[in-house]
Ligand binder design. Structure first.
Ligand code: NDP
Ligand code: 2IT
Length: 449
Protein backbone atom coordinates (compact mmCIF):
# COMPACT_ATOMS: atom_id res chain seq x y z
CA UNK A 1 0.00 0.00 0.00
CA UNK A 2 2.69 2.54 0.97
CA UNK A 3 4.53 1.47 -2.21
CA UNK A 4 1.55 2.39 -4.33
CA UNK A 5 1.12 5.73 -2.62
CA UNK A 6 4.82 6.48 -3.06
CA UNK A 7 4.63 5.48 -6.73
CA UNK A 8 1.59 7.73 -7.27
CA UNK A 9 3.29 10.72 -5.61
CA UNK A 10 6.52 10.27 -7.55
CA UNK A 11 4.71 9.89 -10.81
CA UNK A 12 2.50 13.00 -10.49
CA UNK A 13 4.18 15.04 -7.76
CA UNK A 14 2.01 18.13 -8.21
CA UNK A 15 -1.37 16.46 -7.77
CA UNK A 16 -1.66 17.22 -4.05
CA UNK A 17 -5.46 17.19 -3.78
CA UNK A 18 -5.63 13.90 -5.65
CA UNK A 19 -3.02 12.35 -3.34
CA UNK A 20 -5.00 13.57 -0.33
CA UNK A 21 -8.23 11.95 -1.53
CA UNK A 22 -6.51 8.66 -2.43
CA UNK A 23 -4.61 8.42 0.86
CA UNK A 24 -7.79 8.92 2.87
CA UNK A 25 -9.55 6.09 1.06
CA UNK A 26 -6.60 3.70 0.96
CA UNK A 27 -5.80 4.11 4.66
CA UNK A 28 -9.33 3.08 5.61
CA UNK A 29 -9.71 0.07 3.29
CA UNK A 30 -6.71 -1.87 4.63
CA UNK A 31 -8.96 -4.26 6.63
CA UNK A 32 -10.80 -5.13 3.39
CA UNK A 33 -7.53 -5.84 1.60
CA UNK A 34 -6.46 -8.04 4.51
CA UNK A 35 -9.69 -10.02 4.26
CA UNK A 36 -9.62 -10.41 0.45
CA UNK A 37 -6.06 -11.08 -0.74
CA UNK A 38 -7.41 -11.57 -4.31
CA UNK A 39 -7.77 -7.82 -4.60
CA UNK A 40 -3.98 -7.44 -4.51
CA UNK A 41 -3.55 -10.02 -7.24
CA UNK A 42 -5.97 -8.04 -9.41
CA UNK A 43 -3.90 -4.85 -8.85
CA UNK A 44 -7.09 -3.14 -7.76
CA UNK A 45 -5.48 -0.15 -6.08
CA UNK A 46 -3.25 0.57 -9.07
CA UNK A 47 -6.26 0.39 -11.37
CA UNK A 48 -8.45 2.60 -9.15
CA UNK A 49 -5.98 5.50 -9.20
CA UNK A 50 -5.51 5.46 -12.95
CA UNK A 51 -8.44 7.21 -14.69
CA UNK A 52 -9.96 5.14 -17.51
CA UNK A 53 -9.60 8.22 -19.70
CA UNK A 54 -8.46 11.85 -19.26
CA UNK A 55 -9.58 14.38 -21.84
CA UNK A 56 -8.00 17.83 -21.94
CA UNK A 57 -8.89 20.40 -24.57
CA UNK A 58 -8.62 24.01 -25.63
CA UNK A 59 -11.64 26.25 -25.16
CA UNK A 60 -11.38 29.50 -27.13
CA UNK A 61 -14.11 32.09 -26.79
CA UNK A 62 -14.72 35.78 -27.35
CA UNK A 63 -15.73 38.28 -24.66
CA UNK A 64 -18.19 41.16 -25.14
CA UNK A 65 -15.37 43.51 -26.17
CA UNK A 66 -14.21 41.20 -28.94
CA UNK A 67 -11.18 39.97 -27.01
CA UNK A 68 -10.32 36.28 -27.52
CA UNK A 69 -9.60 34.12 -24.45
CA UNK A 70 -8.22 30.60 -24.20
CA UNK A 71 -9.10 28.31 -21.30
CA UNK A 72 -8.46 24.68 -20.54
CA UNK A 73 -11.32 22.20 -20.55
CA UNK A 74 -11.19 18.75 -18.96
CA UNK A 75 -13.20 15.60 -18.43
CA UNK A 76 -11.87 12.84 -16.20
CA UNK A 77 -13.61 9.52 -16.94
CA UNK A 78 -12.49 7.78 -13.80
CA UNK A 79 -14.35 4.51 -13.43
CA UNK A 80 -17.29 2.98 -15.32
CA UNK A 81 -17.57 -0.35 -13.53
CA UNK A 82 -21.07 0.21 -12.19
CA UNK A 83 -22.54 2.58 -14.79
CA UNK A 84 -21.85 5.43 -17.21
CA UNK A 85 -19.39 8.04 -15.93
CA UNK A 86 -21.37 10.53 -13.84
CA UNK A 87 -20.31 13.70 -12.07
CA UNK A 88 -20.31 17.46 -12.25
CA UNK A 89 -18.50 20.15 -14.19
CA UNK A 90 -16.66 22.86 -12.24
CA UNK A 91 -15.88 26.29 -13.69
CA UNK A 92 -13.43 28.04 -11.36
CA UNK A 93 -9.99 29.62 -11.89
CA UNK A 94 -8.42 27.11 -9.46
CA UNK A 95 -9.42 24.10 -11.62
CA UNK A 96 -6.54 21.84 -12.64
CA UNK A 97 -5.92 18.15 -13.19
CA UNK A 98 -5.25 17.46 -9.52
CA UNK A 99 -8.52 19.00 -8.34
CA UNK A 100 -10.59 17.24 -11.00
CA UNK A 101 -8.90 13.88 -10.39
CA UNK A 102 -9.62 14.14 -6.66
CA UNK A 103 -13.23 15.04 -7.37
CA UNK A 104 -13.60 12.20 -9.90
CA UNK A 105 -12.02 9.72 -7.47
CA UNK A 106 -14.41 10.74 -4.68
CA UNK A 107 -17.31 10.58 -7.11
CA UNK A 108 -16.66 6.91 -7.90
CA UNK A 109 -17.29 5.84 -4.29
CA UNK A 110 -20.04 8.39 -3.67
CA UNK A 111 -22.01 7.18 -6.67
CA UNK A 112 -21.58 3.58 -5.55
CA UNK A 113 -23.09 4.51 -2.16
CA UNK A 114 -26.26 5.91 -3.77
CA UNK A 115 -27.16 2.34 -4.91
CA UNK A 116 -27.88 3.75 -8.40
CA UNK A 117 -26.03 2.53 -11.52
CA UNK A 118 -23.53 5.36 -12.01
CA UNK A 119 -19.77 5.28 -12.56
CA UNK A 120 -17.59 8.25 -11.61
CA UNK A 121 -16.31 11.23 -13.54
CA UNK A 122 -15.71 14.96 -13.20
CA UNK A 123 -14.77 17.79 -15.50
CA UNK A 124 -14.64 21.51 -15.89
CA UNK A 125 -12.46 24.43 -16.77
CA UNK A 126 -10.22 27.09 -15.25
CA UNK A 127 -12.66 29.64 -16.72
CA UNK A 128 -13.74 32.27 -14.16
CA UNK A 129 -17.45 33.05 -14.57
CA UNK A 130 -17.37 35.94 -12.04
CA UNK A 131 -18.40 39.23 -13.60
CA UNK A 132 -19.10 37.68 -17.01
CA UNK A 133 -22.29 38.58 -18.89
CA UNK A 134 -24.90 35.97 -19.86
CA UNK A 135 -23.70 36.22 -23.46
CA UNK A 136 -20.11 35.53 -22.44
CA UNK A 137 -21.21 32.54 -20.35
CA UNK A 138 -23.21 31.24 -23.30
CA UNK A 139 -20.29 31.57 -25.73
CA UNK A 140 -17.95 29.87 -23.28
CA UNK A 141 -20.37 26.96 -22.67
CA UNK A 142 -20.91 26.52 -26.41
CA UNK A 143 -17.19 26.43 -27.12
CA UNK A 144 -16.68 23.97 -24.23
CA UNK A 145 -19.38 21.64 -25.58
CA UNK A 146 -18.08 21.81 -29.17
CA UNK A 147 -15.26 19.57 -27.93
CA UNK A 148 -16.91 17.73 -25.04
CA UNK A 149 -19.90 16.44 -27.04
CA UNK A 150 -17.87 13.71 -28.78
CA UNK A 151 -16.87 12.17 -25.45
CA UNK A 152 -20.24 12.06 -23.63
CA UNK A 153 -23.75 10.64 -24.06
CA UNK A 154 -26.65 9.35 -21.97
CA UNK A 155 -25.13 5.84 -21.84
CA UNK A 156 -21.48 6.94 -21.78
CA UNK A 157 -20.93 9.96 -19.57
CA UNK A 158 -23.53 12.28 -18.04
CA UNK A 159 -22.14 15.57 -16.66
CA UNK A 160 -24.00 17.94 -14.29
CA UNK A 161 -23.25 21.07 -12.25
CA UNK A 162 -20.70 21.83 -9.55
CA UNK A 163 -19.01 25.09 -8.49
CA UNK A 164 -19.75 27.78 -11.10
CA UNK A 165 -22.09 25.54 -13.11
CA UNK A 166 -25.82 25.77 -12.39
CA UNK A 167 -29.07 25.70 -14.35
CA UNK A 168 -28.02 28.56 -16.66
CA UNK A 169 -24.79 26.84 -17.75
CA UNK A 170 -26.48 23.42 -18.07
CA UNK A 171 -29.00 25.06 -20.42
CA UNK A 172 -26.34 26.48 -22.74
CA UNK A 173 -24.33 23.24 -22.66
CA UNK A 174 -27.43 21.17 -23.44
CA UNK A 175 -28.46 23.43 -26.32
CA UNK A 176 -25.12 22.99 -28.06
CA UNK A 177 -25.00 19.22 -27.43
CA UNK A 178 -28.49 18.84 -28.91
CA UNK A 179 -27.55 20.83 -31.98
CA UNK A 180 -24.31 18.93 -32.62
CA UNK A 181 -25.83 15.47 -32.13
CA UNK A 182 -29.32 16.22 -33.44
CA UNK A 183 -30.57 14.36 -30.41
CA UNK A 184 -32.69 15.31 -27.39
CA UNK A 185 -31.50 13.03 -24.61
CA UNK A 186 -30.70 12.89 -20.91
CA UNK A 187 -27.01 13.67 -21.53
CA UNK A 188 -26.81 16.22 -18.71
CA UNK A 189 -28.58 16.43 -15.37
CA UNK A 190 -29.61 19.52 -13.48
CA UNK A 191 -31.70 20.60 -16.47
CA UNK A 192 -34.54 23.07 -16.02
CA UNK A 193 -37.95 21.62 -15.24
CA UNK A 194 -39.56 22.55 -18.55
CA UNK A 195 -37.21 20.40 -20.65
CA UNK A 196 -36.29 17.25 -18.80
CA UNK A 197 -35.08 18.35 -15.39
CA UNK A 198 -36.16 16.62 -12.20
CA UNK A 199 -38.06 18.25 -9.37
CA UNK A 200 -35.90 18.49 -6.22
CA UNK A 201 -32.56 18.27 -8.16
CA UNK A 202 -31.59 21.87 -7.23
CA UNK A 203 -32.49 21.18 -3.60
CA UNK A 204 -31.07 17.66 -3.43
CA UNK A 205 -27.50 18.12 -2.19
CA UNK A 206 -28.43 20.50 0.62
CA UNK A 207 -31.62 18.66 1.63
CA UNK A 208 -29.79 15.34 1.47
CA UNK A 209 -27.03 16.59 3.73
CA UNK A 210 -29.55 17.71 6.34
CA UNK A 211 -31.39 14.35 6.12
CA UNK A 212 -28.04 12.63 6.69
CA UNK A 213 -27.25 14.88 9.65
CA UNK A 214 -30.65 14.11 11.22
CA UNK A 215 -29.91 10.39 10.90
CA UNK A 216 -26.55 10.85 12.61
CA UNK A 217 -28.10 12.88 15.45
CA UNK A 218 -30.78 10.22 15.91
CA UNK A 219 -28.07 7.66 16.78
CA UNK A 220 -27.40 9.81 19.86
CA UNK A 221 -31.08 10.49 20.54
CA UNK A 222 -30.64 14.13 19.58
CA UNK A 223 -33.16 16.10 17.51
CA UNK A 224 -32.07 18.63 14.88
CA UNK A 225 -34.75 21.01 16.10
CA UNK A 226 -33.29 23.85 18.14
CA UNK A 227 -29.69 23.23 17.08
CA UNK A 228 -27.51 26.21 16.10
CA UNK A 229 -25.64 25.72 12.82
CA UNK A 230 -22.68 27.19 10.95
CA UNK A 231 -22.93 26.94 7.15
CA UNK A 232 -20.21 28.09 4.75
CA UNK A 233 -20.64 29.02 1.08
CA UNK A 234 -23.79 30.66 -0.29
CA UNK A 235 -24.25 28.78 -3.57
CA UNK A 236 -26.50 25.91 -4.51
CA UNK A 237 -25.52 23.52 -1.72
CA UNK A 238 -25.43 26.12 1.06
CA UNK A 239 -28.78 27.68 0.13
CA UNK A 240 -30.75 24.45 0.26
CA UNK A 241 -28.92 23.27 3.37
CA UNK A 242 -30.14 26.43 5.08
CA UNK A 243 -33.66 25.96 3.68
CA UNK A 244 -34.00 22.43 5.10
CA UNK A 245 -32.37 23.38 8.41
CA UNK A 246 -34.93 26.17 8.84
CA UNK A 247 -37.76 23.77 7.88
CA UNK A 248 -36.65 21.33 10.55
CA UNK A 249 -36.42 24.00 13.27
CA UNK A 250 -32.66 24.59 13.43
CA UNK A 251 -31.08 28.07 13.58
CA UNK A 252 -28.46 29.05 10.95
CA UNK A 253 -25.94 31.69 12.00
CA UNK A 254 -23.50 32.05 9.07
CA UNK A 255 -23.01 32.00 5.30
CA UNK A 256 -20.02 33.00 3.18
CA UNK A 257 -18.50 33.51 -0.24
CA UNK A 258 -14.86 33.77 -1.26
CA UNK A 259 -14.77 37.45 -0.18
CA UNK A 260 -15.96 36.96 3.40
CA UNK A 261 -18.74 35.74 5.69
CA UNK A 262 -21.79 37.00 7.54
CA UNK A 263 -22.76 36.18 11.11
CA UNK A 264 -26.40 36.73 12.04
CA UNK A 265 -26.99 36.02 15.70
CA UNK A 266 -30.77 36.21 15.26
CA UNK A 267 -30.64 33.45 12.66
CA UNK A 268 -31.22 33.40 8.92
CA UNK A 269 -34.97 32.98 8.46
CA UNK A 270 -36.98 32.15 5.32
CA UNK A 271 -37.28 35.81 4.30
CA UNK A 272 -33.54 36.38 4.65
CA UNK A 273 -32.86 33.20 2.68
CA UNK A 274 -35.07 34.46 -0.16
CA UNK A 275 -32.96 37.63 -0.21
CA UNK A 276 -29.80 35.50 -0.47
CA UNK A 277 -31.25 33.43 -3.32
CA UNK A 278 -32.08 36.57 -5.29
CA UNK A 279 -28.70 38.11 -4.45
CA UNK A 280 -26.71 35.05 -5.50
CA UNK A 281 -28.78 33.44 -8.26
CA UNK A 282 -30.21 36.48 -10.06
CA UNK A 283 -28.15 39.55 -9.21
CA UNK A 284 -24.96 37.46 -8.74
CA UNK A 285 -23.84 39.83 -5.97
CA UNK A 286 -21.59 39.38 -2.94
CA UNK A 287 -22.60 38.11 0.51
CA UNK A 288 -21.45 41.37 2.14
CA UNK A 289 -24.64 43.01 0.79
CA UNK A 290 -26.58 40.99 3.40
CA UNK A 291 -25.51 43.37 6.16
CA UNK A 292 -26.72 46.41 4.18
CA UNK A 293 -30.19 44.89 4.31
CA UNK A 294 -30.03 43.21 7.74
CA UNK A 295 -28.09 45.49 10.06
CA UNK A 296 -28.27 43.01 12.96
CA UNK A 297 -25.69 40.86 11.07
CA UNK A 298 -21.92 41.36 10.95
CA UNK A 299 -19.72 40.95 7.87
CA UNK A 300 -16.08 39.87 8.10
CA UNK A 301 -13.80 40.13 5.08
CA UNK A 302 -11.80 37.00 4.19
CA UNK A 303 -8.10 37.19 5.08
CA UNK A 304 -5.96 34.75 3.13
CA UNK A 305 -2.94 35.37 5.40
CA UNK A 306 -4.71 33.49 8.23
CA UNK A 307 -4.39 29.73 8.66
CA UNK A 308 -7.96 29.58 9.94
CA UNK A 309 -11.38 30.87 8.93
CA UNK A 310 -13.13 32.92 11.66
CA UNK A 311 -16.50 31.59 10.44
CA UNK A 312 -15.68 28.34 12.27
CA UNK A 313 -14.90 30.20 15.53
CA UNK A 314 -18.51 30.83 16.51
CA UNK A 315 -20.25 28.80 19.17
CA UNK A 316 -22.71 26.34 17.64
CA UNK A 317 -23.94 22.73 17.72
CA UNK A 318 -23.47 21.71 14.07
CA UNK A 319 -21.29 22.67 11.09
CA UNK A 320 -22.11 22.21 7.40
CA UNK A 321 -19.09 23.20 5.26
CA UNK A 322 -20.60 23.83 1.81
CA UNK A 323 -18.06 25.90 -0.14
CA UNK A 324 -14.92 24.09 -1.27
CA UNK A 325 -12.05 21.66 -0.54
CA UNK A 326 -9.79 22.10 2.49
CA UNK A 327 -11.84 24.93 3.96
CA UNK A 328 -11.55 23.48 7.51
CA UNK A 329 -7.95 23.53 8.73
CA UNK A 330 -6.54 21.90 11.85
CA UNK A 331 -6.97 25.18 13.73
CA UNK A 332 -10.57 25.47 12.56
CA UNK A 333 -11.26 21.93 13.76
CA UNK A 334 -9.94 22.77 17.25
CA UNK A 335 -12.08 25.91 17.33
CA UNK A 336 -15.16 23.93 16.34
CA UNK A 337 -14.54 21.32 19.02
CA UNK A 338 -13.79 23.95 21.67
CA UNK A 339 -16.97 25.81 20.75
CA UNK A 340 -19.12 22.76 21.43
CA UNK A 341 -19.78 21.62 17.85
CA UNK A 342 -21.00 18.01 18.03
CA UNK A 343 -21.62 17.33 14.34
CA UNK A 344 -19.80 18.13 11.08
CA UNK A 345 -21.63 17.05 7.94
CA UNK A 346 -19.83 17.85 4.70
CA UNK A 347 -21.84 19.46 1.89
CA UNK A 348 -18.70 20.32 -0.07
CA UNK A 349 -16.28 17.73 -1.42
CA UNK A 350 -13.29 17.16 0.90
CA UNK A 351 -13.78 20.41 2.87
CA UNK A 352 -11.90 19.08 5.92
CA UNK A 353 -8.12 18.68 5.82
CA UNK A 354 -6.72 15.31 6.99
CA UNK A 355 -5.57 16.99 10.23
CA UNK A 356 -9.09 18.32 10.87
CA UNK A 357 -10.65 14.89 10.22
CA UNK A 358 -8.27 13.30 12.68
CA UNK A 359 -9.41 15.73 15.39
CA UNK A 360 -13.10 15.04 14.67
CA UNK A 361 -12.51 11.30 14.89
CA UNK A 362 -10.34 11.52 18.01
CA UNK A 363 -12.99 13.61 19.76
CA UNK A 364 -15.71 11.19 18.66
CA UNK A 365 -18.03 13.85 17.27
CA UNK A 366 -20.50 12.93 14.52
CA UNK A 367 -18.44 13.44 11.38
CA UNK A 368 -19.84 12.68 7.89
CA UNK A 369 -17.51 12.68 4.87
CA UNK A 370 -18.85 14.41 1.76
CA UNK A 371 -18.96 11.25 -0.29
CA UNK A 372 -21.74 10.06 2.03
CA UNK A 373 -23.45 13.24 3.21
CA UNK A 374 -23.49 15.19 -0.08
CA UNK A 375 -24.48 12.19 -2.23
CA UNK A 376 -28.08 13.42 -2.43
CA UNK A 377 -27.24 15.66 -5.39
CA UNK A 378 -25.88 12.95 -7.61
CA UNK A 379 -28.56 10.55 -6.34
CA UNK A 380 -31.31 12.81 -7.66
CA UNK A 381 -29.25 13.21 -10.85
CA UNK A 382 -29.55 9.42 -11.11
CA UNK A 383 -33.30 9.76 -10.62
CA UNK A 384 -33.34 12.45 -13.34
CA UNK A 385 -31.61 9.96 -15.69
CA UNK A 386 -34.23 7.32 -14.85
CA UNK A 387 -37.10 9.73 -15.50
CA UNK A 388 -35.52 10.84 -18.80
CA UNK A 389 -35.16 7.20 -19.93
CA UNK A 390 -38.82 6.53 -19.17
CA UNK A 391 -39.88 9.92 -20.60
CA UNK A 392 -41.90 10.72 -17.52
CA UNK A 393 -41.47 13.00 -14.52
CA UNK A 394 -42.19 12.15 -10.94
CA UNK A 395 -43.93 14.57 -8.57
CA UNK A 396 -41.94 16.49 -5.99
CA UNK A 397 -43.10 14.31 -3.09
CA UNK A 398 -41.97 11.15 -4.86
CA UNK A 399 -38.47 12.45 -5.62
CA UNK A 400 -38.08 13.87 -2.12
CA UNK A 401 -39.18 10.63 -0.53
CA UNK A 402 -36.75 8.64 -2.70
CA UNK A 403 -33.98 11.10 -1.75
CA UNK A 404 -34.80 10.63 1.94
CA UNK A 405 -34.78 6.86 1.50
CA UNK A 406 -31.41 6.95 -0.26
CA UNK A 407 -29.80 9.16 2.42
CA UNK A 408 -31.16 6.86 5.13
CA UNK A 409 -29.77 3.86 3.33
CA UNK A 410 -26.34 5.47 2.84
CA UNK A 411 -26.29 6.27 6.55
CA UNK A 412 -27.05 2.66 7.45
CA UNK A 413 -24.56 1.32 4.90
CA UNK A 414 -21.79 3.48 6.41
CA UNK A 415 -22.60 2.38 9.96
CA UNK A 416 -22.87 -1.31 9.01
CA UNK A 417 -19.57 -1.30 7.10
CA UNK A 418 -17.78 0.58 9.88
CA UNK A 419 -18.98 -2.00 12.41
CA UNK A 420 -18.17 -4.98 10.20
CA UNK A 421 -14.58 -3.83 9.74
CA UNK A 422 -13.83 -2.90 13.34
CA UNK A 423 -14.34 0.87 13.44
CA UNK A 424 -17.97 1.23 14.63
CA UNK A 425 -19.41 4.73 14.24
CA UNK A 426 -16.63 5.92 11.94
CA UNK A 427 -18.65 7.19 8.96
CA UNK A 428 -15.52 7.98 6.97
CA UNK A 429 -14.21 4.43 7.18
CA UNK A 430 -17.70 3.03 6.56
CA UNK A 431 -18.31 5.16 3.45
CA UNK A 432 -14.89 4.35 1.98
CA UNK A 433 -15.19 0.63 2.65
CA UNK A 434 -18.76 0.23 1.38
CA UNK A 435 -18.10 2.24 -1.80
CA UNK A 436 -14.79 0.46 -2.39
CA UNK A 437 -16.20 -3.06 -2.02
CA UNK A 438 -19.03 -2.38 -4.45
CA UNK A 439 -16.79 -0.86 -7.13
CA UNK A 440 -14.01 -3.39 -6.75
CA UNK A 441 -16.33 -6.38 -6.96
CA UNK A 442 -17.78 -5.01 -10.19
CA UNK A 443 -14.27 -4.49 -11.58
CA UNK A 444 -13.30 -8.05 -10.75
CA UNK A 445 -16.52 -9.47 -12.26
CA UNK A 446 -15.80 -7.62 -15.50
CA UNK A 447 -12.25 -8.90 -15.91
CA UNK A 448 -9.11 -7.06 -16.83
CA UNK A 449 -10.41 -4.19 -18.96
P1 NDP B 1 -21.76 27.15 -6.21
O1 NDP B 1 -20.90 27.63 -7.32
O2 NDP B 1 -23.22 27.25 -6.33
O3 NDP B 1 -21.34 27.85 -4.85
C1 NDP B 1 -20.03 27.77 -4.37
C2 NDP B 1 -19.92 28.60 -3.11
O4 NDP B 1 -18.67 28.34 -2.49
C3 NDP B 1 -19.93 30.11 -3.40
O5 NDP B 1 -20.46 30.78 -2.28
C4 NDP B 1 -18.44 30.40 -3.57
O6 NDP B 1 -18.08 31.75 -3.36
C5 NDP B 1 -17.84 29.51 -2.51
N1 NDP B 1 -16.48 29.14 -2.91
C6 NDP B 1 -16.12 28.46 -4.03
N2 NDP B 1 -14.79 28.33 -4.10
C7 NDP B 1 -14.31 28.94 -3.02
C8 NDP B 1 -13.01 29.14 -2.52
N3 NDP B 1 -11.94 28.68 -3.18
N4 NDP B 1 -12.89 29.82 -1.35
C9 NDP B 1 -13.97 30.28 -0.68
N5 NDP B 1 -15.23 30.13 -1.12
C10 NDP B 1 -15.39 29.46 -2.25
O7 NDP B 1 -21.31 25.62 -5.99
P2 NDP B 1 -22.07 24.46 -5.20
O8 NDP B 1 -22.86 25.02 -4.07
O9 NDP B 1 -22.72 23.61 -6.20
O10 NDP B 1 -20.83 23.62 -4.63
C11 NDP B 1 -20.30 23.82 -3.32
C12 NDP B 1 -19.55 22.58 -2.88
O11 NDP B 1 -20.44 21.45 -2.88
C13 NDP B 1 -18.39 22.16 -3.82
O12 NDP B 1 -17.38 21.57 -3.03
C14 NDP B 1 -19.03 21.08 -4.70
O13 NDP B 1 -18.06 20.20 -5.23
C15 NDP B 1 -19.92 20.39 -3.68
N6 NDP B 1 -21.04 19.61 -4.20
C16 NDP B 1 -21.95 20.16 -5.06
C17 NDP B 1 -23.01 19.40 -5.50
C18 NDP B 1 -24.08 19.97 -6.36
O14 NDP B 1 -25.04 19.25 -6.62
N7 NDP B 1 -24.00 21.21 -6.82
C19 NDP B 1 -23.15 17.98 -5.11
C20 NDP B 1 -22.19 17.53 -4.16
C21 NDP B 1 -21.16 18.33 -3.74
P3 NDP B 1 -17.74 32.72 -4.61
O15 NDP B 1 -19.06 32.92 -5.29
O16 NDP B 1 -17.15 33.93 -4.02
O17 NDP B 1 -16.77 31.95 -5.47
O1 2IT C 1 -20.02 16.46 -6.44
C1 2IT C 1 -21.12 16.07 -6.88
O2 2IT C 1 -21.64 15.02 -6.48
C2 2IT C 1 -21.81 16.91 -7.87
N1 2IT C 1 -21.32 17.98 -8.21
C3 2IT C 1 -23.09 16.45 -8.49
C4 2IT C 1 -22.83 15.48 -9.60
C5 2IT C 1 -24.03 15.06 -10.42
O3 2IT C 1 -23.78 14.35 -11.40
O4 2IT C 1 -25.16 15.41 -10.10
Amino acid sequence: MTDIIRYMKNRDPYEKEFHQAVEEVFETVQPVLDRYPDYRQAAILERLIEPERVIQFRVSWMDDEGQVHVNRGYRIQMNSSIGPYKGGLRFHPSVNLSILKFLAFEQVFKNALTTLPMGGGKGGSDFDPKGRSDDEIMRFCQSFMIELFRHIGPNTDVPAGDIGVGAREIGYLFGMYKKLRNEFSGVLTGKSLGWGGSLIRPEATGYGNVYFASEMLATRDEPLKGKTCLVSGSGNVAQFTVEKLIDLGAKVLTLSDSSGYIFDEEGIDKGKLEFIKRLKNIRRGRIREYVDKYSEAVYTEADSSLDYNPLWSHRADCAFPSATQNEISEKDAYKLINNSVKLVSEGANMPSTPEAIKIFLDKNILYAPGKASNAGGVAVSGLEMAQNSMRISWPKEEVDSRLKGIMKSIHKTCLDASAEYGTPGNYMAGANIAGFVKVVNAMIDQGLV
